[in-house]
Each structure stands twice: as structure tokens, then as C-alpha cells.
Design a protein around this ligand. Structure first.
Ligand SMILES: [Ca+2]
Ligand SMILES: [Ca+2]
Length: 407
């Protein structure tokens, strides 16, 4: 039972329209506590096969340029058996469903580099990686037109490091990684666009191929798992700019070669796939809101490891490309949250803010009226009029308060 019950609905249904009174005061004054919950409806994976598109690959880097609204992909290794595939130095961008290759000079062919989008300076920052014999320690920046190498001192050569952009403090955070020969790193660095600063040498144990993402709501970089050189890890850590804190919580099974993004709509980092051991990859999806890990039910997905992952905010999807796993697919995969029709402002929570939007349209009634908000958002049944039949649909979501699949 939510805060709006059928008694309340009946009591307000006969109010005069147009006056804006419609019981708004009683409801808006109610106190909402949105508790963490997972709906029964699964999130949905869909796969597209646009052309052109990057060739099949893994160990590439992917990040989302929130200003130009494109996913930037660089490099990677062809997905052929025994890890013998060719490395490339290609730059691609994905705008919605359309891939385009940028034919430009840039970093050399490599894999296991990582990239993030610096939303303060509007640059995609790429560091390190390796080819089959050499580990890199170069820093590059991409503005959509040109790759620029930043010739500065910084972290030692490594690939598979964790990276995230701390948009609160305006720095790229880098942790760990390894050389191609297998030497593990455990140092934490930050790049402010001018200088790499060594920030910590204690925290998570030395490891490579961890997943990391910046939680924009809580202002911390979240790290999960990775490979120590001898063991696959399943620990959760957070970096706040001053120190690392391990979060001792039940969570996803240990894994390496996973990937994580922050989903601002649900206020949680989302972890997708990864590998426990050769031939033992995951198809699961998890969300961490700072308090607990919850598994998100999904449909239509496949196992994936060593894939690229990005959150396309403008299109409200999580994009996955590439995979080293046995269920490899060359397609462009997108993870959509379940539909949530009562969430009229699109923030994945149904609350009083949505009710205010509903009421505004309810008071106008006719979708054709010049005073109706664009797209007639409250016409739930799409019959051109906002009336009690729409309210009976809206109130179902309002009673549940959270969208199906929210965390
Ligand atoms: Ca909402
Ligand atoms: Ca209607």
C-alpha cells in the first residue's frame, strides 16, 4: 500500500476542474520516503547491428561524451581464439544508433587502456594500455576532432587500470592495473588536466581489470573486484579523494573483466558481466546505491567479459559493445530500464513531482488545448483527454512510488 489509496482517489475525483485545487494540497503535503526496492519487471537488453560499426573486439575503451552526446570507443583486440587477434588504434563514435569512424592520428594500436570523459574540460582522457609486448604510460586527450598527447610525468606503464572521472572534484581518478608481464599496481593517481598527482599507495590490493565508476550522487568512485595475479576478487571499495574505504557488504560474485557505469536515473552504479574463470563468464547485472548491492533482473542479455560499457544519458540507455566471451556478438547492445508510465518527469521515481505534472494537465483536460504541456504527458491511455481514467492508471504507479526495476 502506498500513500495514495482508493479512498483518497474517490474523495478527490469530483472536484471542480480548472481551479487547480484537485486535492493537490493534501497530496503534495504528504511525506514520501522512497525506499530501495526492486520491481518485478526486468530491464531489457536489445541488440542492434548498424553498419558501419567497429569490428568484433574486446579490451577496447569506451566512455560517454556528455557534451557531444556520443559514446567514444578506442582500440581493442580482435576477438579470435587464443588471444592472438590483432590490436587496433581505431577511434569510433556512437551517436544514438549510428557509428562513425574518425580517421585521425592518435594513440597507437593497443588494448586494456581506459578512458573517461572529463566533463569539466570537455575532453575524453585515455591512459596506458598494452600491445602484445609493450605496456604504455602515455596520456591522451580527444576533443572530438583531434587526439593530443599530453607529455607529462604520471603513473608508471600499465593497462587494465580502473579509471573514473570525479565530476565533483573535477579530476580523473586512476587506480591499479598491471604491466603486460603481469606486475600488479596498487597506486591511486589523479589527473586535473595539467598534472598527474600520486594520491595514495594504500587501499585495495594490487590488481588489474577491476570495474570502476563515479557515483555522481554520493561523490565517490566505486571500485569492484578484478584480478590480483593469482585470485579473482569480489570486494567493494570507495575513493572519496582523500582515502579508500572498503565496504563490507554482500554483493556480486567475484569477477574480473567486468564494467561499471553510473546511472543517474536510479542513483546507483551498475555493474555488467565479467569473468570468474576461463569459460565462466557472467550475464548478470547489479546495482550499488552506497548501502547495498541488488541484482537487477534482465532479459535478452548474453554473457560478457572484457567488454566496453557506457551510460548514454541523453538516450537513457546503458550501451555495451564487444566481448571476449563465448557468447560473443558483434552487435551494439543496449540495456533499457522497464517502462514506468507514471514517472512523468523521467527520474525513475514516482512521487509528488510527477503528481504536480499530472494535475497541471488534469486541470486543462483537453490535449488539444493550447495550455496543455507538450506531448500531453498525463494522457496515460492516449485518448486525447486527461480525465479520471488516466488518473486510475497514474495512481497505480504512484502507489508503488518506485519504478519497476528501480533500486
Ligand atoms: Ca518522477
Ligand atoms: Ca486519457
Amino acid at each position: 500500500m502506498g500513500l495514495v489509496d482508493s479512498h483518497w482517489f474517490k474523495g478527490c475525483g469530483n472536484e471542480t476542474r480548472g481551479g487547480g485545487k484537485f486535492c493537490a494540497a493534501a497530496v503534495v503535503a504528504s511525506v514520501f520516503v522512497v525506499t530501495a526496492a526492486l520491481g518485478a519487471e526486468p530491464w531489457t537488453w536489445t541488440v542492434e547491428h548498424p553498419s558501419p560499426a567497429p569490428s568484433s573486439r574486446f579490451a577496447h575503451s569506451m566512455s560517454y561524451d556528455a557534451v557531444r552526446k556520443v559514446v567514444v570507443l578506442f582500440g581493442g583486440q580482435a576477438n579470435v581464439p587464443a588471444g592472438t587477434g590483432a590490436l587496433n588504434g581505431e577511434t569510433w563514435e556512437l551517436a544514438g544508433a549510428v557509428w562513425s569512424q574518425k580517421i585521425v592520428a592518435g594513440p597507437g594500436a593497443r588494448g586494456s587502456q581506459r578512458s573517461v570523459f572529463d566533463s569539466v574540460r570537455n575532453r575524453t582522457v585515455l591512459f596506458g594500455g598494452a600491445n602484445l609486448s609493450t605496456t604504455f604510460q602515455d596520456t591522451w586527450e580527444w576533443d572530438g576532432a583531434t587526439w593530443v598527447e599530453r607529455n607529462v610525468a604520471g603513473p608508471s606503464a600499465r593497462g587494465g587500470q580502473a579509471m573514473a572521472f570525479d565530476s565533483v572534484r573535477g579530476v580523473t581518478v586512476l587506480f591499479g592495473g598491471s604491466t603486460v608481464q603481469g606486475t600488479m599496481r596498487l597506486d591511486t593517481w589523479e589527473w586535473d588536466g595539467t598534472t598527474w598527482a600520486l594520491r595514495a599507495q594504500t587501499g585495495p590490493s594490487g590488481r588489474t581489470l577491476s570495474a570502476m565508476a563515479f557515483d555522481e550522487g554520493r561523490g565517490v568512485s566505486v571500485l569492484f573486484g578484478g584480478f590480483s595475479g593469482t585470485a579473482v576478487l569480489g570486494d567493494t571499495w570507495e575513493w572519496n579523494g582523500a582515502g579508500w574505504t572498503q565496504r563490507f557488504v554482500a554483493g556480486p560474485p567475484a569477477r574480473t573483466m567486468s564494467a561499471m557505469v553510473y546511472d543517474e536515473k536510479i542513483g546507483a552504479v551498475v555493474l555488467v558481466g565479467g569473468r570468474l574463470s576461463g569459460g565462466n563468464d557472467f550475464a548478470d547485472t547489479w546495482a550499488w546505491n552506497g548501502t547495498e548491492w541488488r541484482e537487477i533482473g534482465t532479459s535478452g542479455g548474453i554473457k560478457a567479459a572484457y567488454h566496453g560499457l557506457a551510460r548514454d544519458k541523453s538516450r537513457d540507455v546503458i550501451v555495451r559493445f564487444g566481448n571476449q566471451g563465448s557468447e560473443f556478438s558483434a552487435g551494439t547492445w543496449k540495456l533499457n530500464a522497464p517502462p514506468c508510465p507514471s514517472d512523468l518527469n523521467g527520474d525513475r521515481v514516482v512521487d509528488d513531482a510527477d503528481f504536480v505534472i499530472f494535475l497541471a494537465a488534469y486541470n486543462v483536460m483537453d490535449c488539444a488545448d493550447a495550455g496543455m504541456p507538450a506531448d500531453c504527458p498525463s494522457d496515460m491511455n492516449r485518448d486525447g483527454v486527461v480525465d479520471d481514467s488516466d488518473f486510475s492508471v497514474f495512481v497505480v504507479g504512484y502507489d508503488e512510488m518506485v519504478c519497476g526495476g528501480s533500486v
